[in-house]
Design a protein around this ligand. Structure first.
Ligand SMILES: *Cc1c(COP(=O)(O)O)cnc(C)c1O
Length: 360
């Protein structure tokens, strides 16, 4: 077996230990005589899997009891639509901060259903910086304030949640959830597609303050209603059972790594190493303003873009894969989620230094 160092932005690396655990349990999970994939979501066995995953996530993130945790389908993209439907009535306005392509997509989706006030758009900063909060045009009556904690494509991360007073904070944490400790009580709602830092695609994790679970639109079908999903313990219909199980294995793995404090220290170290190398070189560069540089997605460009293809091909030969930047921005991007070990970053740094020596 040979595993590569996988810098994919998503679906992304999953810890080898977790894959091996899942592999070993595939034909016969815990004496059930079947895999988790093959059992009823309402069985005792699966209920135990589901409850353990939720309780480990609550412990890792220190989620207060006043918050519901939902395990849904549809990805973060579906939440772009469900958030306005569930948290704002038709006559309420909602605030959006635009810091890159994901928050822009969220805003566009919401604008088709509700009155959207864009508090600021970082387009004029080329999405490489975030306008100062003092310049935001916020609506104190907004049903919520939405932002993307980490823009996966641009590599722009808002490290501290903004203080919006009584307006509930709603955030897309798809590419930064579980990467460090956060204070959940600062948020009204957190959502994250699983395929970056949680597990396989197909699962979406939602953490929502229970007092916000009042259906503001009386006609909302249950399948689109957070309140209905919470009421049913995320089992309104068949949940993505195997992805939920895998997420549970990842949560247990994170606990074994020392929880989010330890993981956060490692992630900070991994990203600092990479940014320092890029900053110290005249060959590589990263455009993002320092206070907003992402710990999870590190885009960088080569001084001679005509070498991009060669860089990627040689990296691939050394087992450093999925470094191509998003098609909308080009260049390179190293996604260094929790499951990407520090030795992967070290190997990438050694390769980058050698490539620069030969071509810089
Ligand atoms: C990947 C990603 C999405 C899209 O997730 P889907 O599961 O494909 O809908 C949305 N927001 C952010 C920040 C992402 O990283």
């Amino acid at each position: 077996m040979s595993r590569v160092f996988n810098f994919s932005a998503g679906p992304a690396a999953i810890p080898l230990e977790v894959l091996e655990e899942a592999q070993a349990s595939l034909p016969d999970w815990s004496g059930a005589g079947m895999s988790v994939m093959e059992m009823s979501h309402r069985s005792k066995a699966f209920t135990a899997v589901a409850e353990a995953a939720e309780s480990d996530l609550r412990e890792l993130m220190n989620i207060p009891d006043s918050y519901a945790v939902l395990f849904l389908q549809g990805g973060a993209t579906q939440q772009f639509a469900l958030v306005p439907m569930n948290l704002a009535s038709a006559d309420q306005s909602v605030d959006y901060l635009i810091t890159g392509s994901w928050s822009k997509k969220a805003q566009k989706t919401a604008a088709a259903m509700r009155g959207v006030n864009v508090v600021a758009d970082a387009a004029n900063l080329s999405y490489a910086d975030v306008p100062a909060q003092g310049s935001w045009d916020c609506d104190p009556q907004a049903a919520y304030f939405h932002y993307a904690a980490n823009e996966t494509i641009g590599g722009v991360e808002i490290h501290e949640p903004p203080n919006m007073g009584a307006v509930p904070l709603v955030t897309d944490m798809s590419s930064t959830i579980l990467s460090r400790p956060i204070d959940v009580s600062r948020f009204g709602l957190i959502y994250a597609g699983a395929q970056k830092n949680v597990g396989p695609a197909g699962l979406t994790v939602l953490i929502v303050r229970r007092d916000l679970l009042q259906d503001p639109a009386p006609q909302l079908p249950p399948i689109l209603s957070y309140a209905a999903h919470a009421e049913a313990g995320s089992m309104l219909n068949t949940p993505p059972t195997f992805a939920w199980y895998m997420a549970g294995l990842v949560f247990a793995w994170l606990k074994r790594q020392g929880g989010l404090e330890a993981i956060g220290e490692m992630n900070s170290r991994k990203s600092q190493k990479l940014y320092s190398a890029v900053d110290e070189s005249d060959f590589y560069s990263n455009p993002v303003a320092r206070p907003y540089r992402s710990w999870m997605n590190v885009p960088f460009t080569l001084a001679r873009p005509e070498l991009d293809g060669e860089f990627l091909a040689q990296a691939e030969q050394q087992g450093l894969t999925n470094l191509r930047g998003h098609r909308s921005v080009g260049g390179m991007r190293a996604s260094i989620y929790n499951a990407v070990p520090e030795e992967a970053v070290d190997a990438l740094l050694a390769f980058m230094a050698e490539f620069e020596r030969r071509h810089g």
